[in-house]
Write a protein that binds this ligand. Structure first.
Ligand code: ZN
Length: 70
C-alpha cells in the first residue's frame, strides 16, 4: 500500500513521531514560558498551556518588581 503525503502526515501525527527531515528543531516545551517563546519565535499562535504559562510568568515578574518573594 502506498500512502500519500497527507496520509503520511496524519500517520506521523497519530503516532507522535516527528518528521525525520522536518524543518523544526527542538520540540516546543508546551506549558512553559520557554514554550511560549518558541511559539512566538515560530510566529505561530500560542497554545492554551503556553498562554497560561506565559501569563503566570508575567505575574511572577510583576510580583518580583514589587518585591514579593516566593
Ligand atoms: Zn505550546
Amino acid at each position: 500500500m502506498t500512502l500519500t503525503d497527507p496520509q503520511l502526515d496524519d500517520l506521523i501525527k497519530a503516532i507522535g513521531l516527528k518528521k525525520p527531515s522536518g524543518g523544526q528543531r527542538k520540540p516546543i516545551a508546551h506549558g512553559t514560558v520557554n514554550g511560549a517563546k518558541q511559539h512566538r519565535w515560530r510566529k505561530e499562535p500560542l497554545c492554551y498551556p503556553c498562554r497560561i504559562a506565559e501569563a503566570a510568568g508575567q505575574r511572577d515578574r510583576a510580583a518580583a518588581r514589587k518585591g514579593v518573594t516566593k
